[in-house]
Design a protein around this ligand. Structure first.
Ligand code: 9MG
Length: 288
């Protein structure tokens, strides 16, 4: 896909991830209530088989989450979250040698996941919970800082912003990067995510996607997640099980706007969309 001389490596524990070209992160929700695949991967063996398939289809990372962040989702206890994610992370690392990202905001889950061999932290609350920043520093892993307005329980109740959405998101992420650096978390370890669907209307999401240059200007790799989200449902009038084509269009668009990691459910088809979009971009670069 690229020649190794132009590689940009992100150190992720036992793994190194080349993000000089767009990579796909497969979603493995181990919650009984996740919005689009809830309940299907709760059983450990099922979860492992699903992850194995996503890796075979080209996923570079498996994102394991034990607390649903869908709109309206209730919080879970630390023990519940650990009981859900720890055995899955352990087996993904030991049996599949997978690069695992842990989708959590909980400092104890961050610590335990790192001990079990996870290689990345994906925090939709951008390390704002008490102790999360310290836990991430201790883990020594890259962290994805995401923008969210509100909390999952209420974030979609008439979200509004007093400034253009891209300024609000860029301002928040820049402040979180500064807070992380001030606490001792190295900038090279950070990724940024606009948080599509997290306290945003469909108009906010579409504008944010068009204005991703505001976020790439912050100089850190961008991760995006739009897979099967309601922005697709609202634009196309599709239920969650019919959002693949819309998601592929968004994935291709996000690559064109600078995204380097795409968090998705449908790894195989998204790989094709991403690779096609990247081929077009690279051809364009040759003529610059
Ligand atoms: C956990 N989760 C659900 N949606 C997400 C998104 O868009 N980005 C990230 N980083 N995590 C997400």
């Amino acid at each position: 896909m690229t020649d190794s001389s132009s590689a940009t490596w992100l150190p992720c524990g036992r793994h190194r991830l080349d993000i000089s070209y767009p990579r796909v992160m497969g979603i493995l929700n181990v919650t009984p209530d996740s919005f689009s695949d809830g309940g299907r991967h709760v059983a450990l063996d099922d979860a492992l088989r699903h992850a194995e398939r996503m890796l075979a289809e080209g996923a570079a990372i498996i994102d394991v989450g034990g607390e649903s962040t869908r709109p309206g989702a209730p919080p879970v206890s630390t023990q519940q979250e650990l009981d859900r994610v720890a055995p899955v992370i352990e087996r993904l690392v030991c049996e599949l040698d997978a690069l695992v990202s842990v989708d959590t905001s909980n400092p104890r889950v961050i610590e335990q996941a790192a001990q079990l061999g996870a290689g990345m932290i994906n925090d939709v609350r951008a390390l704002q919970r008490d102790g999360a920043l310290e836990a991430a520093i201790g883990a020594g892993l890259p962290v994805c800082l995401m923008h969210m307005q509100g909390e999952p329980q209420d974030m979609q109740q008439a979200p509004r912003y007093d400034e253009p959405i891209e300024d609000a998101v860029a301002g928040f992420l820049a402040a979180r990067v500064a807070a992380c650096e001030a606490a001792g978390l190295r900038r090279e370890r950070l990724l940024l995510d606009p948080g599509f669907g997290f306290g945003k209307t469909v108009e906010h999401n579409l504008r944010l996607l068009n204005r991703m240059d505001r976020l790439t200007a912050l100089g850190l790799p961008l991760l995006v997640g739009m897979s099967r989200k309601s922005m697709i449902g609202k634009v196309l009038g599709r239920p969650v099980e019919e959002r693949l084509a819309g998601g592929l269009a968004l994935a291709a668009h996000a690559v064109g706007r600078g995204a380097r990691i795409l968090r998705v459910h449908d790894v195989g088809p998204v790989m094709d969309a991403v690779n096609m979009s990247w081929a077009v971009l690279r051809e364009g670069c040759e003529h610059d």
